[in-house]
Write a protein that binds this ligand. Structure first.
Ligand SMILES: Cc1cc2nc3c(=O)[nH]c(=O)nc-3n(C[C@H](O)[C@H](O)[C@H](O)COP(=O)(O)OP(=O)(O)OC[C@H]3O[C@@H](n4cnc5c(N)ncnc54)[C@H](O)[C@@H]3O)c2cc1C
Length: 393
């Protein structure tokens, strides 16, 4: 019998598993995929995420293999461009998720987690007594058929479309925002903007190009590839999502700042479409169950900090699991919810304010002009978006 069953071996699940196994818990970590596997993402670890992984002793391979990211470049509809370096010599890393997630999973195995891939959770096992519910494990399907996996603690770290959170009625797609993402890797995408703006011989800048009702993230990744992610509302033309390669090509070709850079580029991978992106999740107060990473809720990838919520959220869930194993479930869900609010509440508010600002192209222009006049304000925003405060602690 394992102490903790972790469903999902992405960053949240792997980090939770590592923290638990190091504390002596017997951990079973399952994932429906076999690794290495791809995951649509902007592939950028911000400085706060990298510092956190470093504190856990998990960053060495990532620092070696990733491209150093020294800051952010944000552009607006009318060509306004804001470039800001992270303060105090802090940096992040651009690394493809296929590689990042495999590196973290290797470290989970080294920490002592028992890992089973190609094993999909179908539904949680729930015992109901009156109004009370307790999760005692999950039903999984593998090549060998369906079976149950039981554990005193189940942590759902199975991502945005969490089978566990949706299965228990804890998760739903809100009416707003309703956006979809299309992402792909390109070969031959010109990095003129990065060469001009990185202000450093080695590092690159993450790029966020904010346009009316949509945005495009661009990140050079190792191997000469460029990650391009377009996020837009579905009402822009549902049928367009049927041919994501054509949609991506059209959006790049009509963009005044990106069209020349994309002109000679070739798709290195077929585009992947995800949506609707936002998922609201009620903080689980069901004994036996904890949520971590995107399974605990996801809004929008614009600020590029989902990996910090996953890594730190995985660690917080692991501490909650240890407390439940030692002292029982009373107060565990409340304490985890308040730890998450303490840790993430300020950033959630900042992200909401930033999303409201960039919803208006005029506001982006005004912010660009303001940033030129008061560069210190810009540096503060870039530092906050990059979780540099978390990196400094
Ligand atoms: C377009 C886009 C761009 C983004 N860009 C960035 C960025 O640049 N920087 C950043 O910090 N964040 C970014 N994010 C957010 C980031 O990708 C997520 O926050 C992060 O992946 C969350 O990690 P996780 O471990 O919670 O979930 P995931 O990484 O999704 O991992 C979940 C795992 O669970 C497994 N799983 C799912 N269902 C089951 C099941 N039923 N049974 C078993 N296993 C299952 C999956 O196979 C997967 O391995 C972006 C997100 C999107 C959509």
């Amino acid at each position: 019998m394992h102490d903790v069953l972790l469903v999902g071996a992405g960053p949240a699940g792997a980090v939770a598993g590592i923290v638990l196994a190091r504390a002596g818990a017997r951990v079973r970590l399952i994932d429906r995929a076999t690794f290495p596997r791809d995951k649509l993402c902007g592939d950028t670890l911000n400085p706060g995420t990298l510092a956190h992984l470093s504190r856990l002793g998990l960053a060495a391979g990532i620092e070696r293999r990733g491209l150093r990211v020294d800051g952010m470049c944000v552009t607006g509809e009318r060509g306004d461009t804001i470039v800001g370096r992270y303060p105090g010599g802090l940096s992040g890393r651009a690394i493809v998720r296929r590689e990042l997630d495999a590196l973290l999973l290797q470290q989970a195995a080294a920490a002592g987690c028992e890992i089973e891939t190609g094993c999909a959770a179908r539904r949680p096992i729930v015992i109901e007594r009156g109004a009370e519910r307790r999760v005692t494990g999950v039903i999984v399907s593998t090549a060998g058929g369906d079976r149950s996996m039981d554990a005193p603690v189940t942590i759902a770290a199975d991502g945005r479309r969490s089978t566990i959170a949706f299965g228990l009625g804890l998760a739903r797609h809100p009416a707003h925002p309703r956006r979809w993402a299309i992402g792909a890797y390109y070969e031959g995408f010109l990095h003129g903007m990065n060469a001009e703006t990185a202000e450093s011989a080695e590092g690159v800048c993450g790029e966020m190009h904010i346009r009316r009702g949509r945005y495009i993230g661009v990140a050079p990744v190792p191997g000469g590839l460029t990650n391009v992610c377009l996020v837009m509302p579905s009402h822009a033309g549902d049928e367009a999502f049927g041919d994501p390669a054509a949609l991506l090509a059209r959006e790049l070709a009509r963009d005044p700042l990106l069209r020349d850079r994309a002109a000679g580029a070739r798709l290195a991978t077929p585009p992947v479409v995800l949506g609707p992106l936002a998922v609201d999740v009620d903080a689980a107060a069901i004994d036996g169950l904890l949520l971590a990473g995107d399974a605990a809720g996801f809004i929008d990838p614009m600020t590029g900090d989902g990996l910090r919520f996953a890594v730190r959220g995985g660690e917080l869930a692991a501490h909650a699991a240890l407390s439940a194993l030692e002292h029982g479930w009373t107060g565990v869900a409340d304490r985890l919810a308040s730890a998450r609010r303490r840790e993430f509440g300020g950033k959630w508010r900042f992200n909401r304010a930033l999303r409201a600002l960039v919803a208006s192209p005029r506001a982006v222009g005004a912010a660009a002009r303001g940033a030129r006049l008061v560069p210190i304000a810009l540096r503060a925003v870039i530092a906050r978006a990059g979780d540099c405060d978390a990196a400094a602690h």
